[in-house]
Every structure is written in C-alpha cells, then in structure tokens.
Design a protein around this ligand. Structure first.
Ligand SMILES: C=C(O[C@H]1C=CC=C(C(=O)O)[C@@H]1O)C(=O)O
Length: 467
C-alpha cells in the first residue's frame, strides 16, 4: 500500500518537536513515516547519489532487506582518538526527546575507516574516520513492507510549515529523478598508481619472512587495481545483487565518490543482546565443474596453512567475546562459504552479551579482526602502515547500521571498489602466514577482485560466474 506523505501529519510531528525544543532543547528530532511501494532501491540510490549526498544503501537481497538513505538530517562522527561508543551516546541523547510518527525504527547507516590512524590519501577525502548518518529521507524495506521515513531536526524557532512543504517537494523530486545513463568511458584516474605485481609479491615474501622469524603470526596485505568506469552505479548494483544475493550489498556516496561492494563477511549482528559474528579466512577458487569444485573445497578444509590462518581469526574473536558474553557457541570445525568466484573457511559464532554491552563498543573491539588486520593486532597494523603503501580508507572497515534500540548489523567492507572521476579502484587483500606463497596470494587477490570486476563489466559477463 502506498500513500503520499501527509502534510498535516508531518506538520503535526514537526510542531510537537518544536514544542519540545521550546522547553529547553537546542534541537529535537521529528521522525515521520508512511507506507511506500518500493521501486528498485539501487535505482533510487544511484539516481540521487550526486544530489542528495551523503547517500547510503545497505541490502541483503536474499533476505529482502534494503535500506536507502538520502541526504542528511544528522551525521555522527568520531575523531581518530574518540571511542566509537561516543557516537552511540550522542545518538541516544538525540533519541531521548525525538517525536516519532509512524511504525518504523530510526536508523543510522555508515562506515568506519579500516585504520583511523593510517595516512589519508586524496581518493578517500570525503570519507571520515567514522561516520554514521541519520538520513533526511530513508526507505526501509523488510520483506514485502516498505516505509518512507522523513527525519528533520527542529529548533524552537523553526518554521514547521516551510519544513513540511520543502520535505514533501524534495521527496517528489527524488522519486521522479531519472537514472543516469551509463557513463562514457573516461580516462582512469591514475594519480595514485596501483602497485606492480612483482613489487607486491616481494612485499608478500618479506611479510612471510617476518612471520617466519617470529615478528608476527599473521598480517593481511592488500592491493588495488584501477580501471576505467564504463557502467552506471545502478547497473553495478543490479549486477552485484543478481550474482551475490546472500552478500551484504553496500554503497556509500559522498559528494562525487562512491564506495560500494558485496561483502561475504559479517562482523556483527546484534539483536537485543544476542550476537552473531563470522570468522572468515582461508580461501580457494571455485570451479564450474562440480567434482573439481568439491575437490577444491576439501583441499581447503584440509590445508594446514589455511586452517592455521583461520584458527587465528577464531581465537581472536573468542578472546574478545569471552569478556562480553555469558553464553558463547563456537563450532569446533569450520565449514565452507561458497561464493561465485571464491570459497572460504567459515566459523559462525553466536553468543549472549552481558547486560549493558553496547553494539558500537563491541564493534570497536572486534575490528580489525585478523581476517583483515593480523596478529598481534598492534604489530600487524604497524606493519601494514609501514609496508602496504595504500590508504585502505573504508575498505576492510566495518559498514552497516544501528537502530534506535541499539540493535544493528555490520559487515566488513570487502569485495569492494571506490568509484571516482571515471575510474573504479578495486581492493583485495589476503592473510599472510608462515608458508604463504607470493604467487598464490597474488592469484587469490585477483580472484577476490572478480566480484567487482565482473559487476563492472556489465550484464554480458554475468553468465561467466566462475570465470
Ligand atoms: C581481505 C580480504 O578477505 C579476507 C576475508 C576472507 C578470506 C581472506 C583470506 O583468505 O585471506 C581474508 O582474510 C579481501 O577480500 O580483501
């Protein structure tokens, strides 16, 4: 069922917020929602991302879950030396006096840089170290039900009628904004060149040697590949959604840049104290031939090197979670997570958090897990900063959402690319442990980049799922 936003209901919500602001609050949130018939969330995001910045998209196609955020009512940030829990405190403070009209949850959506202390390069200039956005316009689809949400901050002097009118007019413009045509091929921006294959393999060899001599147990090294962008964001999202229906689809547009991907890795799902996280590490390619694919999977399950790489992640998650959980369930043996181009070892972990534990506090302790950083964490991060020669930006950082009850879900921003100025920079990394081979690790990053490479190649490549 679709209904237009009702001017009188929105005005009533805004007026009540102004009344509360008048009682001594500097600003009060008015949050209004109405049922909506969702078109294509990817299209809505893509056609508005340059005008309604920041724009956010979060979706799990298989679960029929999609969140789109356009524009900003309030953005919460944490500086490099501020705990992420401060964001949750500020969020709770804003919610205390909020006026809510409609049957919806209020949600922040956004992401965190992989390394808040790492060097910043220009390509990530609009992506802060931590930014969770309360969108001015939100679309929340859950199964067959979708709601349009309008969030507005009101002060004691706000003109509520003008706010209501401009919100309704802006939403009308948003839904009728046409899609962008696919961009013509533009020269790729190579001002920050990607590392040459030989040099990267030397880095892997050097890291393996460091590990062999006992400086670390594991380090994840990443690299990039930059290609011209010849396809629209709408088509990229449609391709990802079709090929990776059970992945976390995410897209964050900030000014003219857009970071997007299809992540296979859950960092945390948190619902009323029940939490779930996945250890995901250890990889093998897929094969289109079933028997060969099964052989590759068995080989991965038996590989001592991959089992060790995986166990380091499981143990690191266990040591964080034991402090915070009454009940904790960790299977003894990993299983396989099969994706279109690659298969991974996976251990799904579940627990019951102690009372009072906050999602963002836990998130900060879980990140970066050795699946994207290394072990010991401090040594691995220092090694990455010194040797990787890459600003990872939001790649391999947590991306996701948190709602007004403190529930939420965050994925690790893998299998992703940053689009900017006619080019797409693809990111991929792999865990280096004792016994890693530079050739194999290089090939593994190539395979991991295929998620984005094939989505960027347009519909023609989609039939070659294992190519
Ligand atoms: C760092 C990445 O993958 C991680 C997640 C799964 C498997 C991994 C591995 O086998 O190395 C990595 O730890 C990436 O995709 O860029």
């Amino acid at each position: 069922m679709t209904s237009q936003p009702s001017r009188s209901d929105l005005l009533q919500c805004l007026t009540e917020a102004r009344r509360r602001a008048d009682e001594g609050r500097s600003e009060v949130l008015a949050s209004y929602s109405v049922p909506w018939t969702c078109g294509d969330p990817g299209k809505l995001f893509a056609s508005n991302r340059l005008v309604e910045s920041p724009a956010t998209l979060w979706a799990i196609p298989q679960r029929r879950l999609a969140l789109v955020g356009l524009g900003c009512a309030r953005e919460f940030r944490a500086g490099a030396d501020e705990p992420w829990a401060t964001i949750q405190q500020k969020w709770r403070h804003l919610l205390e006096a909020a006026v809510i009209h409609g049957d919806h949850r209020l949600m922040l959506c956004g992401g965190f840089a992989f390394d808040r202390l790492g060097q910043r390069r220009s390509r990530w200039q609009n992506f802060p170290a931590a930014a969770l956005t309360l969108a001015r316009f939100g679309l929340c689809r859950h199964g067959s039900a979708t709601r349009l949400i309008i969030n507005i901050l009101v002060t004691a002097t706000s003109d509520c009628a003008a706010l209501a009118d401009s919100a309704i007019a802006d939403w009308t413009r948003i839904v009728s904004r046409p899609s962008f045509a696919p961009r013509a091929a533009a020269p790729a921006d190579l001002s920050e060149p990607d590392i040459a294959a030989d040099i990267w393999k030397c880095k892997v060899a050097a890291a393996t040697e460091s590990i062999r001599t006992g400086a670390m147990d594991k380090v994840v090294l990443a690299r990039t590949r930059t290609v011209p962008l010849t396809i629209s964001v709408e088509d990229i999202l449609a391709n990802l959604s079709e090929t990776h229906p059970d992945a976390y689809l995410f897209a964050f547009a900030r000014q003219d840049a857009c970071f997007l991907g299809a992540s296979p890795e859950r960092l945390i799902e948190f619902r009323d104290g029940c939490l779930s996280t996945w250890a995901l590490a250890g990889s093998a390619p897929r094969s289109a031939v079933e028997t060969e694919d099964a052989r590759l999977g068995r080989g991965l399950l038996r590989s001592a090197k991959d089992r060790h790489e995986h166990a380091l992640v499981v143990n690191a998650l266990r040591s964080v979670l034991t402090h915070h959980c009454g009940r904790l369930h960790i299977p003894e043996e990993p299983g396989l997570r099969k994706l279109p181009h690659v298969q991974h070892l996976i251990t799904p972990i579940e627990g019951q958090a102690h009372d009072g534990l906050q999602l963002l506090e836990l998130l900060e302790q879980l990140h970066p897990s050795p699946a994207v950083g290394g072990l010991p964490r401090g040594e691995a991060l220092a090694y990455i900063r010194a040797e990787e020669e890459l600003d990872r930006g939001w790649y391999a950082g947590p991306v996701g959402w948190i709602d007004d009850r403190g529930n939420g879900e965050f994925a690790v921003a893998l299998r992703s690319a940053l689009l900017r100025e006619g080019s797409a920079t693809l990111f991929a990394g792999c865990g280096i442990v004792d016994g890693s081979s530079p050739e194999d690790e290089y090939r593994e990053t190539e395979v991991k980049m295929r998620t984005m490479a094939s989505a960027l190649n347009g519909p023609a490549s989609l039939s070659r799922r294992y190519g």
